[in-house]
Design a protein around this ligand. Structure first.
Ligand SMILES: NC(=O)c1ccc[n+]([C@@H]2O[C@H](COP(=O)([O-])OP(=O)(O)OC[C@H]3O[C@@H](n4cnc5c(N)ncnc54)[C@H](O)[C@@H]3O)[C@@H](O)[C@H]2O)c1
Length: 348
C-alpha cells in the first residue's frame, strides 16, 4: 500500500518512465537543440546574474557575489503550484535566491483520491515557507487544488495585493500513475488529466488574468521527458505530459502579444517523493523484492551518455530560473529537456 508522505521520500524510488528514457533508441534532430540549450544553462548560469558578475566571479569571492546580489528577480512575484516539496520547493528556493517573493500553492492534503502515492502535507507546506523565508524574501502559502481555478485566482489576487504584481507562474503540480493500459480505472485516468492538463490550463487562465493588464509575465510549465516519448508503463502520465507541451506552445502563441512568455522544462527522473515511493517503485521493478530509487537510477544511468541516472530537484529549478530571467526574454514556446542526455536520440 501507499507510504506515508512524510516517510516516503527517502526510502522508496521513482518511476521507470523517466528512468527508462535513456534506454530508448530514437534518432533525431532534437539533440542538437537540447545539447545547446543545456550547455547554455551550464555556461550562462553566471550570466543570468549579469555581465559584471560573470566576468568578475572568482572562486575566492562567492560570498561577496551573494552579498552584491545581482538578484535579478528582486521585486518580482512567483506563483508556484505544487510548491510544498520536490521540484516546486527547489524552484521556489532558486527563484527566492534570485530575489523573487514567493507564493506556494499546494493541495497539501497527504492523500488525493485515485492518486496511488502520498502527496504533500500541510506540515510540508509550512516547512517550505520557512525554508523560502530563510533566503530573505517574503512567502505566502495557500492550500488549494490546481483543479480549482477560482481558488487560484483568489490566491493570485492576494499575492498581487501583498506584493504588487504577479510576474512568474510555475505550472508544476502534477501526479503520476503506472500500470497496464487496460487496468486504469476511469477515475484514475480522469484524475491524471484533470490535474496535469486541466490544472495547467486553469493555472494559466488565472495567471494571465493578472499578467495581461501588466503587459508582462513568464509562465513555465514542468512537463517530463515522458512528454517527449511513449512509455507503456506510464502511458496515462506520459500522454498528459505531451498534452501539457501542446498547451504551453498554444499559450505561447496566444499570449505573446501581451509579452507573456510560455516555456516548458522537461525533466528526466528526479529524486522526489513523486518517483521515490512504494507504489511507483514496485511497478517499475516488479521483480525486485525491495525496489529502491537507487536501482531505478542505476537503470536510467545505463542509458545515459554522461553518465547520470537522475536529477536533483535543483537541477530542474535552475532551468526554471533560466526561463524566468532576462537570458530568455526573447524565448517563448520552447521546451528545454533537462534529462542527462536521455533524450539525445529522441525526435520529439
Ligand atoms: N520526479 C520526477 O521524476 C519527475 C520527472 C519529470 C517531471 N516531473 C514533474 O514535475 C512536477 C513536480 O514533481 P515532483 O517530482 O516535485 O513531485 P512531488 O510529488 O514531490 O511534488 C508535487 C507537488 O504537487 C502537489 N500537488 C499534487 N496534486 C496537486 C493538486 N491537484 N493541486 C495542487 N497541488 C498538487 C503535491 O502535494 C506536491 O507537493 C510534476 O508535474 C511532475 O509530473 C517529475
Amino acid at each position: 500500500m501507499h507510504k506515508d508522505a512524510d516517510q516516503s521520500h527517502k526510502n522508496v524510488p521513482p518511476t521507470r518512465d523517466e528512468a527508462s528514457l535513456g534506454a530508448l533508441p530514437v534518432p533525431g534532430r532534437r539533440q542538437v537543440l537540447t545539447a545547446t540549450a543545456l550547455g547554455a544553462i551550464a555556461m550562462t548560469a553566471p550570466s543570468l546574474l549579469g555581465k559584471r558578475r560573470a566576468a568578475a566571479q572568482t572562486a575566492e569571492e562567492p560570498e561577496r557575489d551573494q552579498e552584491l546580489g545581482d538578484r535579478e528577480l528582486t521585486g518580482k512575484t512567483a506563483f508556484i503550484t505544487g510548491g510544498a516539496r520536490g521540484i516546486g520547493l527547489a524552484t521556489a528556493e532558486e527563484l527566492a535566491k534570485a530575489g523573487a517573493n514567493i507564493v506556494l500553492y499546494d493541495v497539501a492534503s497527504r492523500t488525493l483520491p485515485h492518486v496511488p502515492y502520498p502527496v504533500a502535507t500541510e506540515s510540508d507546506l509550512e516547512q517550505a515557507k520557512v525554508q523560502v523565508e530563510a533566503l530573505g524574501v517574503r512567502c505566502l502559502t495557500f492550500k488549494g487544488d490546481v483543479r480549482d481555478r477560482e481558488a487560484q485566482m483568489r490566491a493570485m489576487q492576494e499575492a498581487v495585493n501583498t506584493f504588487g504584481s504577479l510576474d512568474i507562474a510555475v505550472v508544476n503540480a502534477g501526479v503520476s500513475q503506472a500500470g497496464a493500459i487496460e487496468e486504469f480505472s476511469s477515475e484514475e485516468i480522469s484524475t491524471v488529466f484533470e490535474i496535469n492538463v486541466a490544472g495547467a490550463v486553469k493555472t494559466t487562465q488565472a495567471a494571465v488574468s493578472f499578467m495581461k493588464p501588466q503587459g508582462s509575465g513568464r509562465i513555465i510549465f514542468i512537463s517530463s521527458a515522458l512528454g517527449r516519448m511513449g512509455n507503456e508503463l506510464f502511458s496515462i502520465y506520459a500522454s498528459s505530459k505531451w498534452a501539457m507541451i501542446g498547451f504551453a506552445k498554444s499559450a505561447a502563441l496566444a499570449y505573446g502579444q501581451f509579452n507573456i512568455l510560455c516555456n516548458t522544462v522537461a525533466p528526466g527522473l528526479v529524486d522526489t517523493p513523486f518517483a521515490d515511493n512504494d507504489f511507483i517503485l514496485s511497478r517499475m521493478l516488479p521483480e525486485a523484492p525491495n525496489p529502491t530509487f537507487e536501482m531505478v537510477s542505476e537503470m536510467s544511468r545505463s542509458g545515459s551518455p554522461i553518465p547520470v541516472g537522475h536529477l536533483d530537484p535543483i537541477d530542474v529549478a535552475k532551468a526554471v530560473l533560466f526561463f524566468a530571467g532576462s537570458a530568455t526574454d526573447k524565448v517563448t514556446g520552447e521546451v528545454l529537456d533537462v534529462s542527462y542526455g536521455s533524450l539525445a536520440r529522441s525526435i520529439a
